[in-house]
Write a protein that binds this ligand. Sequence first.
Ligand code: CU
Length: 183
Amino acid sequence: MTTRRGFIRTGGAVIAGLALPAWRRAPVSAGAVVEIAMRSDPAGSKVWFDPVGLLVEPGTTIRWLVKENVHTTTAYHPKNGHHSLRIPEGAAPWDSGFLVNPGDHFDVTLTVPGVYDFFCMPHEAAGMVGRLVVGKSAGPGALPFDYFKGRAGTGDWLPVPAAAQQKFPTVERIVRERTVGGS
Ligand SMILES: [Cu+2]
């Protein structure tokens, strides 16, 4: 996985859809850029990612774009403040840092198949989280939120807050609907 700021590499879409089995024919093809809006009501009392759930092909670039308020997109990964691991084992974690102006964005290209859960640093407790399914349901993100309890080396991992747990669409729903709108 590579992380890039501020530019899009075009091309790469030529082989999209080639010989893929029907269940993998997502509306978004490899090499495409898909946007997730980072939203807020004027008072900042309601904050969310939209869409909150997405099914994409490996190789898709996700662009998180600020519409209102100040946000981050941050992968659930121990390297990000001891949050529990909820992206594929072989995938690199990302953290955008604070995106402070409308139009600010952060791009991540996802190549390792599996489930990726992410959150907004200042708004995680308010339930500002999202889920990507890249190609298939696999990896720690497909497991229950408490899957790591009792496992060696996870003593300092922070669980997903209860309010945030309720905001994730299930992997099954994302695979079925492909795009789940946030609110
Ligand atoms: Cu936020």
